[in-house]
Every structure is written in structure tokens, then in C-alpha cells.
Design a protein around this ligand. Structure first.
Ligand SMILES: NC(=O)c1ccc[n+]([C@@H]2O[C@H](COP(=O)([O-])OP(=O)(O)OC[C@H]3O[C@@H](n4cnc5c(N)ncnc54)[C@H](O)[C@@H]3O)[C@@H](O)[C@H]2O)c1
Length: 336
């Protein structure tokens, strides 16, 4: 298949592109290589597959409609995975405009290009952060998500709303995946696993917010990629059981779905840190601090819908996942 993947210099996009190429698909990757975090890491991720004969790369910005349209016209993708976005909750308090450009303007450009290009299925990254101020656990796609606590979350929820409008108006099959704290090799330097690993290996204290009371449904990158591919292969269809008089937020009379994609096993943040310490061979001083604005205390994904519809079955334990992450971390940083 011809699959257009955005964000292929990013953590999840690179891992997805690599797996699609390995199974025989043709991939066009788009990324603007922005410097939100070290662009050298983005280049290093791309170097894993940039020379593959079935891979083509375009350095372009999703907010540039002409560039997006040109990529679609030339490549004629059958399926699209939109993973490029301005990620990060805390940074959305500092630079809201970046989120408007990449996640709102950029996303509309993707929707328009899919609509005019007759794309069979658009899969796009949403986020567990859409659950915002909800406290009912586990988070389920049937729950209302109308109380975001960051602009980042609001842009991701907006993506789901815009996708629904296009699924309804133009019968464009769309599926949103709400990712839950993804970790593993080639991960993101702005996220806690990498921030903690950096500090532990330098012998520096770490800041632990919410006085260490956070728990996260940490999800290993390979499980995520498996779930994204299964979803891409399963275009959304109108749900015959959808009842407009008792609307279920996770489904629709249009070819539209949203799913949680997590591990379904929340892990206390302090346990995650303990595993990092164990594998890095050092203990660390923890500075226990209050909760940060925009943060949520706990996340836990109810993945029953994705399990039922595409057979998603994450099977990487936190112990194995952290071990593999630390192996990669040591070799990437030459720590022996
Ligand atoms: N990693 C997680 O735990 C997590 C959790 C929830 C949601 N998500 C979402 O999943 C997607 C992928 O996340 P990731 O962790 O791989 O992030 P990432 O930042 O590593 O990857 C995103 C990539 O998109 C590119 N990009 C950003 N804005 C762009 C634009 N306007 N035009 C073109 N390229 C652009 C960046 O250069 C980057 O390489 C994002 O949409 C993110 O919001 C990730």
C-alpha cells in the first residue's frame, strides 16, 4: 500500500515508518524537523530507514497547504497516518501559537488533502490528555471529554471534532487514536522517561511532580506501532448500532472512530523511576514538588474497544520495556 505518514522524524512516526517498510508498504514521510527538541535525534531516527528504496522523505510544514497538497498529488496515498503535531502539555502554556499552526491549521490541511485525494482511511494521533479533568478511571471512549486542562489537549479534542465533520460530510473514514504515555527506544527528550534517564545518569536530582503520586499508563512503542498498523488496516465504517438519541462519543453513523491506545496497566511514577534506577545502576535524589499546571494526576486506558475491533493486545511489561529503553539509551549516548 501507499501510506503517507506525517512526523516520520518523530518518536512514533519513525517507528511506524520502519515497520510499514519492513512489511512491504511504500511510505512517503513528511516532517518539518523543528527544533522543539534536539533535531539531531530526529536526523538519527530518520537515518534508520531514509535510504530504503520504498521510502521518500519530504521536509515540509503541515501548516503549508500548498506543500501538503503537492505531496498528496504526487504520491496519491491510499492511507494516511497523521502523527506530526506540536506535542507536549507544558510547552503549550509557553508557546500556544505553535499548537494552533501544527495541530489546527496543519490538521485541516491534512483533512482537505484526504478529502480531495480520495484517501481510504485517515488515522491520526489524539491523546490521553483529552480526558482532562475527568477522574473516572479507567478512561473510556464512551466518556464525555469536554473539560481539557491544556491548550494541547484542546487541540487534540478539536482534531477529533474536525475529523467527525469530514467523516460525516465527505464519507472520509477517520480513526483517532488517543495515545497514553508512549516510551521506549528513540523516545522523546521532553518526556519523563528520557528526562529522568538523563538526570539519573548524570547523578543529578530529579523533579517529581504531584509529590510522586502520579500514575501513568506507560505504553511501549512496539505495542503502539502494532496498534496503529492494525488500525490503519481497518478503515472506520458507519456504526449500525449508533443511536443519535443516545449518542456514544466513541462512534458514529459516519465512518468515524476514536480509540484509546494504552497498556491498560497504570504504573506509579515512583515505580517507573525505581526501574530506571535499577537498570542505570544508580539511585537518584527525588525533589517532590506540587502538581504542574495542565497536568493530570493519573491516566489509565480502557482499551476494550480497540481490542474488540482490531485485536489490539499490548504485551510488553513495564520491566521489559524499561530494560529495552535503557539498553538503547546507553548505546545512543555511548555509555557502554
Ligand atoms: N509520545 C506520546 O506519549 C504521545 C502521547 C499522546 C499523544 N501523542 C501524539 O502522537 C503524535 C506523535 O508523537 P511523538 O511522541 O512521536 O512526537 P514527536 O514530537 O517526537 O514527533 C512529532 C514529529 O512531527 C514533526 N512536526 C511537528 N509539527 C510539524 C508540522 N507543523 N509540520 C511537519 N512536521 C511537524 C516534528 O518535527 C516531529 O518530528 C503527536 O501527534 C503527539 O501529539 C504522543
Amino acid at each position: 500500500m501507499r501510506i503517507l505518514v506525517t512526523g516520520t522524524a518523530g518518536f512514533i512516526g519513525a517507528a511506524l515508518a520502519e515497520r510499514l517498510l519492513a512489511r512491504g508498504d511504500e511510505v512517503l514521510g513528511i516532517d518539518n524537523h523543528n527544533d522543539y527538541y534536539d533535531p539531531a535525534l530526529k536526523e538519527a531516527r530518520l537515518a534508520r530507514f531514509a535510504d530504503h528504496p520504498r521510502y521518500t522523505h519530504r521536509r515540509a510544514d503541515l501548516a503549508n497547504a500548498a506543500a501538503v497538497n503537492a505531496a498528496f498529488t504526487e504520491f496519491q496515498p491510499q492511507r494516511v497516518a497523521n502523527l506530526a503535531a506540536q506535542a507536549g502539555v507544558r510547552y503549550s502554556l509557553k508557546n500556544p501559537q505553535a499548537y494552533v499552526q501544527s495541530n489546527l491549521v496543519g490538521f485541516v490541511n491534512i483533512l482537505e488533502a484526504c478529502r480531495h485525494g480520495g484517501v481510504e482511511h485517515l488515522v491520526y494521533a489524539s491523546s490521553s490528555s483529552v480526558y482532562g479533568a475527568n477522574r473516572k478511571l479507567p478512561f473510556a471512549v464512551e466518556d464525555a471529554v469536554d473539560h481539557p486542562v491544556s491548550l494541547y489537549a484542546a487541540t487534540k479534542k478539536s482534531n477529533e471534532l474536525m475529523a467527525h465533520a469530514y467523516s460525516h460530510l465527505y464519507a472520509l473514514p477517520t480513526t483517532g487514536l488517543r495515545f497514553f504515555t508512549v516510551y521506549g527506544p528513540w523516545g522523546r527528550p521532553d518526556m519523563s522517561p528520557m528526562l529522568f534517564a538523563d538526570r539519573i545518569s548524570r547523578g543529578e536530582p530529579i523533579d517529581v511532580f504531584n509529590h510522586g503520586q502520579h500514575s501513568r499508563d506507560f505504553t511501549y512503542i512496539d505495542d503502539i506501532v502494532e496498534g496503529v498498523i492494525r488500525t490503519l488496516d481497518h478503515p472506520a465504517q458507519p456504526d449500525p448500532a449508533y443511536d443519535a438519541e443516545a449518542p456514544n462519543p466513541g462512534t458514529s453513523a459516519a465512518p468515524y472512530r476514536v480509540y484509546n491506545i494504552g497498556n491498560d496497566q497504570p504504573v506509579p511514577l515512583l515505580r517507573f523511576i525505581e526501574l530506571l534506577e535499577q537498570h542505570l545502576g544508580r539511585t537518584v535524589e527525588k525533589r517532590l514538588l506540587p502538581m504542574q499546571p495542565g497536568d493530570v494526576p493519573d491516566t489509565w486506558a480502557d482499551v476494550s474497544a480497540l481490542r474488540r475491533d482490531v485485536g489490539y493486545a499490548p504485551d510488553t511489561s513495564i520491566e521489559d520495556g524499561v530494560a529495552r529503553f535503557v539498553d538503547w539509551y546507553r548505546s545512543y549516548h555511548g555509555l557502554g
